[in-house]
Design a protein around this ligand. Structure first.
Ligand code: 5RP
Length: 252
């Protein structure tokens, strides 16, 4: 759980049990309160971020928000944003964004993230590193003590060329942490999952702590064949967590 001392509790416990999707929606709607007319917005990807995109579209239609420009982080979000009426542009036109809102797969107490289990890590990192503010929205199941410690995947986007070679290099890099490196596929024995950028994803699973995250990040990025990884270190400026005890907003 985040350090509650520095969190602002913005709503009280709900008497009804909410589903995970309802919690995601609560976090997303809270984040959209940070959006002001005239902003250039990074639009995240995933089942949490899609609630924020839908809400922004709704507020635009109601005339409560005006002159918003969205920069989508995936083809899927691009399609959704168009369908809800958000005018879109790109990083070439807007190299500095006011705010981005996106989900995450893991969040540690320092607001470091794992992202990319939805496969959009590269565009997400490009867009979110260009934002003045990056608001992360999660339900409380995403909170971890150490990144990579949830037993779930740490994604690495790689070029398809000789992917087995790159996967093996990644596995060896984290051998001490009991790393298993798996090519992401659409289904078991299925075709490789291909990112919006035409690349593959290697999912790393760790048995033990991977140690210093910055060292791990630098080491992965030095490996030829790697395009980007899903650790988002020191990027988030605000975390919104929705849980059974209410919503908390934590600023870095
Ligand atoms: C996609 C992502 C998503 O933000 C992350 O996977 C969280 O997804 P969800 O909101 O569906 O739980 O990084 O690449």
């Amino acid at each position: 759980k985040p350090n509650v001392d520095s969190c602002q509790m913005v709503s009280s416990p709900s008497p009804v049990i909410l589903t995970q999707d309802e919690l995601k929606k609560i976090a997303a709607y809270k984040a959209v309160e940070f959006v002001e007319s005239g902003m250039v917005l990074g639009l995240g990807t995933g089942s949490t971020a899609c609630h924020a995109v839908a809400r922004i579209g709704e507020l635009l239609k109601q005339g409560k928000l005006k002159n918003i420009v969205g920069i989508p982080t995936s083809k899927k979000t691009h399609e959704q944003a168009i369908s809800v009426g958000i005018p879109l542009s790109d990083l070439d036109t807007y190299p500095i964004l006011d705010l981005a809102i996106d989900g995450a797969d893991e969040v540690d107490p320092y607001l470091n993230l794992v992202k990319g289990r939805g496969g959009s890590l590269l565009r997400e990192k490009m867009v979110e590193s260009a934002c003045k503010k990056f608001v992360v929205i999660v339900d409380e199941t995403k909170l971890v003590k150490h990144l990579g410690g949830s037993g779930l995947a740490m994604p690495v986007e790689i070029v398809p060329f000789c992917w087995k070679f790159t996967a093996e290099r990644l596995r060896m890099m984290f051998m001490d942490a009991g790393c298993v490196a798996k090519l992401r596929r659409f289904s078991e024995n299925g075709e490789p999952f291909v990112t919006d950028n035409g690349n593959y994803i290697i999912d790393l699973y760790f048995e033990k702590d991977i140690g210093d995250l910055k060292v791990a990040s630098d080491e992965i990025l030095r490996l030829a064949g790697v395009v980007e990884h899903g650790m988002f270190l020191d990027m988030a400026t605000t975390l919104i967590v929705a849980g059974e005890l209410g919503v908390t907003v934590k600023n870095k």
